[in-house]
Structure formats: C-alpha cells, structure tokens
Write a protein that binds this ligand. Structure first.
Ligand code: HEC
Length: 474
C-alpha cells in the first residue's frame, strides 16, 4: 500500500497535469463529440430517447440526461465505458439491444466508447473533465494542526498520542498542546461543583488501534476558567474531533462531547451563550452544535445514530452570525446535512458566547448538568476562526492519515482500478474453493491431506508412461 503523503502527491500531480491538458484537450474532445457522437445519437437514438416520451425513462439529448439515466440507473459512467449501460446496450450485452432496429457499426460503437472514456465531454454542459478535477481537492496536503498561520488561531489541542502513560492508566490531566496551557483535568475535588472523574489512557483504542483517551459516563475533564478559550460573543470558530462514541443511558439525556461557554443559563437568554458539540438522545440521537436553550444548529433526528461505534472525524466550522445558518458540519471530510446540503434545524440566534467562572472548556461529565460521553477521543482541536475549506481539508487529511480514518474527499477523487474480463479471470483473484483430497493407491504414504494431491499426480499413468515416476526414498 502506498502511504497517504505519496498517494496525495501522485494525486496532485495527476490533477495538475489534467488541468493543464484539459484546456487544449477540451477543443479536441468537442470536435470529436460534434463529428462522431452527436450525429450518431441524433440519427439512431433520438427518435425514442428525447422529450417526455423517452423510452425506458432515458433521455439521450444532454449529458445530464445520460448521467441521470433511465429506469435502471445512469446510462453512462464518465471515464468508464465498460461500466456504462449505454455501451452494454449498443454492444448487445446484458439483455439490452440498442437501437432495436439494427446494431451500430463497430466504428460507431468504438467512437461511443472513446467518448465516454475521455470523460463524455458535451459542449455547453457544466460538468466537463476539467470541472471534475476542480480545486480544492487538487491541493489537499496533509498539514499539522499548528502549521504556519494555523498556529495563530489554534486555541486548544488535545492529542492522545502526547500522553506517556501505560495502557489502562488514569488520565487525571490531559495536557493542551496549543501553547496556551489549557490542560483539561478531572473536575471532582478540583473545580467548584466538579463531578468528573479522570479518563483512562488506552494504548490500542477503538480508534483503529491508535492511542485514545477513554471516557465513561462518570468521566469529566475541564480546563481552568482563568484561561478561557479566546472565542467570545459572536466569534467564528472551528472544532475538530477524532472520536469513537458508544450510546449510553446516563442522565441528562444528551452527550456533551466538548463545550465552551454557558449553555446552563438559568432561563432562556434568547440567544446561544455556548458552543457545544452535543448528541440529543431524546431526538433519536440528533447531532447538535448547541448554544443552550435549543439555540442550535442541528443535523436533525437520528443524525448521529449511524456514527456510534465507528471512528469518525467530525469538523464543525462557524462564521460570525446566526447559529444555524453559519454553521457547517463535516463528517470524514464531507459536508453533512440532508442530501449533503447544510439545511440544519434550530433557532437561528446570533451567539453571545459567555465564559463560565467555574470551568473553561469541558469534555464529558465535568459538572452535574453536563452530559456524559462514553467512548474514545483521539484528538480535539479548537480554532478561533472558521478555517477555509482548503485549510480544513489539509488538517483533516493529516488527522485521517494519522488515525487511518476513511477520508472521503481523497477516496472519491482517486480513480478506482478497472479490470478487463481477462484480468478478472486471473486465477489468483478467484474465490477459494474446497476441493476434496483425491483417493490414492498407496494409502500408506499419506501423511497429510496435501500428500494425496502429490501422490495422485505421481500415480497418474500417463505421467508414469512419460517417465515421471515415483521413487520412495530408501
Ligand atoms: C425504436 C426506439 C428506440 C431507439 C431508436 C433506441 N432505443 Fe433505447 N430503448 C428503447 C426502449 C423501448 C427502451 C426500454 C427498455 C427496453 O425495451 O429494453 C430503451 C432503453 C434503453 C436503455 C436502457 C435505459 C434504462 O435505464 O432502462 C439504454 C441505455 C438505451 N435504450 C440506449 C439507446 C441508445 C444508445 C440508442 C441509440 C444508439 C437507443 N437506445 C435507441 C427504444 C429505443
């Protein structure tokens, strides 16, 4: 397996050269389409595949129509003729035979395949090859959370791999690596009203065996109120978490992963006073960026349910302005929201983040009103600005590398291998079959089942006739 930095480099080089070539190539590709493909589609397919009466629900008069496809799915996969239903149809494979009134010539079929292979360029259409390779994907470079400019806005940096403890040892203090000295510590007996017990260091945690800090429902860590995170009022911020949480039943009925500010205001202040990553169990485990008193940006009912028990990278960015409409949540590098659109739920108040006098930043069950968490935290980052997409992706890439997490933006951009039928039939790729060991004449020589295959071959008369005999050692 190639390491991620090399893979990233290969990808960047690939994308850069694609972009440079895309311009000169697009002229050629358009010419090819206009001379070989469009006339063919018009002549042989449009009769039945345009307008509202399109056969099989398939329109063949726009790139969008082809990508959307018909009743059985997309008609083309750009770049992959062999996976494209349209090619199967014109090659008369998989029970489809298009056009129904006589097969296309081999030259025409080859033209269609070439066109799809080159990205199915369709002049005037938005999604051409160059657009597929658009930044910022092309520029993702794994970047340490405190690299260059990032260091200036890094407010809190907890990393499990900075702890030099033995497996299973308690973590009374988790030192902050941001340079601001905001170490978080157990709160019981340390902070006024503190109930939080120490966490536990786990060398091979549920974060793909990387080290982690394990929380149970009684664990609560908080930093000193004397060093509040520099996020106040209507400030921007970014929170990144590498974690693997388990559901639990402890009260109150929400999980408080990390919080700053004051969600426990005695009555509704009319606007968010906190920034808190919270999972509301009462709403079927909804993921909230909570401000207290339901002034939230919520991903909605059930939104965290499928993420329990899995190592995930959660990033939340917020610009100044109303809570719901300026918050963005990303899971494993991908914008989270209904159908990928950040249409979050919640009351859209402009935050006025106010620091508490008893604790600073808090994780888990630090005070009695805090929500417990159960599971492993690997890394916790807080910045006092909303990172740009490029910065965010770079740091996310670093964290994904470090923890071996699935990083969707790069995975989706990396072309998957396409094998020909011949390659697929290569013996080493075939499923393992159980073959019964054959019977042999010289049963006495069999010591292991494998011997049977060897002895049987040696006993084979045709081979014996060719002089490949059987000579037991004397
Ligand atoms: C005479 C009418 C006619 C012509 C011309 C025609 N098709 Fe079709 N096509 C159909 C019908 C009817 C279906 C519905 C499914 C079926 O009958 O298999 C269909 C279905 C398809 C499908 C499958 C759509 C899906 O998702 O189920 C593809 C792909 C397709 N046609 C491609 C083509 C291409 C490419 C051409 C031109 C080279 C073409 N067809 C020309 C009538 C036509």
């Amino acid at each position: 397996m190639i390491s991620r930095p090399i893979a990233t480099l290969v990808l960047i080089t690939l994308v850069m050269s694609l972009e440079v070539r895309a311009q000169e190539k697009s002229g050629e590709a358009e010419k090819f389409f206009e001379s070989k493909v469009r006339p063919l589609l018009v002549e042989r397919c449009h009769k039945c595949h345009t307008g509202t009466m399109s056969k099989g629900g398939l329109r063949l008069d726009s790139r969008e129509g082809l990508l959307k496809g018909g009743e059985t799915g997309p008609a083309i996969v750009a770049g992959k003729p062999d996976e494209s239903r349209l090619m199967k149809a014109v090659r008369h494979q998989d029970g489809l035979a298009m056009p129904p009134n006589g097969k296309l010539s081999e030259a025409q079929i080859t033209s269609l395949a070439e066109w799809i292979k080159a990205g199915a360029v369709w002049p005037g259409s938005m999604t051409t090859v160059a657009a597929v390779a658009a930044p910022p994907l092309s520029s993702i470079v794994a970047t340490s959370p405190n690299d260059g400019e990032l260091a200036k806005s890094l407010q809190l940096w907890l990393r499990a791999d900075s702890l030099t403890l033995g497996d299973g040892e308690p973590v009374p203090v988790w030192p902050d690596q941001s340079g601001h000295g905001r170490d978080v510590s157990a709160t019981k007996g340390v902070r006024v009203g503190g109930v939080g017990l120490p966490a536990k260091f786990v060398r091979e945690s549920s974060l793909l065996k990387r080290s982690g800090v394990r929380f149970d429902v009684n664990t609560g860590l908080a930093s000193s109120p004397d060093r509040p995170i520099d996020v106040r009022g209507d400030a921007a911020l970014t929170i990144m978490l590498v974690m693997n949480l388990q559901p639990h039943e402890a009260q109150p009925p929400y999980d408080g992963v990390i919080g700053i500010g004051n969600p426990a205001w005695p009555s509704d202040p009319g606007r968010p006073l906190a920034a808190l990553v919270q999972i509301n169990r009462g709403e079927d485990h909804a993921l909230h960026f909570a401000g207290g008193w339901n002034h939230d940006a919520s991903l909605g009912s059930g939104s965290f349910k499928s993420h329990y028990g899995k190592p995930i990278l959660l990033t939340i960015t917020k610009q100044p302005g109303a809570m719901r409409s300026t918050t963005r949540m990303f899971l494993n590098g991908v914008l989270a929201g209904r159908d990928g659109a950040p249409a979050y739920e919640g009351r859209d108040g402009v935050p006025d983040i106010q620091h508490r006098t008893d604790i600073g930043a808090y994780l888990g069950k630090a005070l009695s009103w805090c929500g417990s968490i159960q599971g492993d935290l690997g890394e916790v980052l807080v910045y006092n600005r909303a990172l740009s997409d490029a910065e965010r992706l770079n740091v996310e890439c670093h964290l994904a590398d470090k923890f071996g997490l699935p990083f969707k933006p790069l995975q989706d951009a990396t072309p998957r291998a396409v094998f020909t039928e011949d390659e697929k039939n290569f013996w080493a790729y075939q499923p393992v079959k159980d073959v019964a060991p054959p019977s042999v004449k010289n049963e006495a020589w069999v010591k292991t089942p494998i011997d049977r295959f060897v002895i049987r071959a040696l006993e084979d008369e045709t081979k014996a006739a060719r002089g490949i005999g059987f000579q037991p050692v004397k």
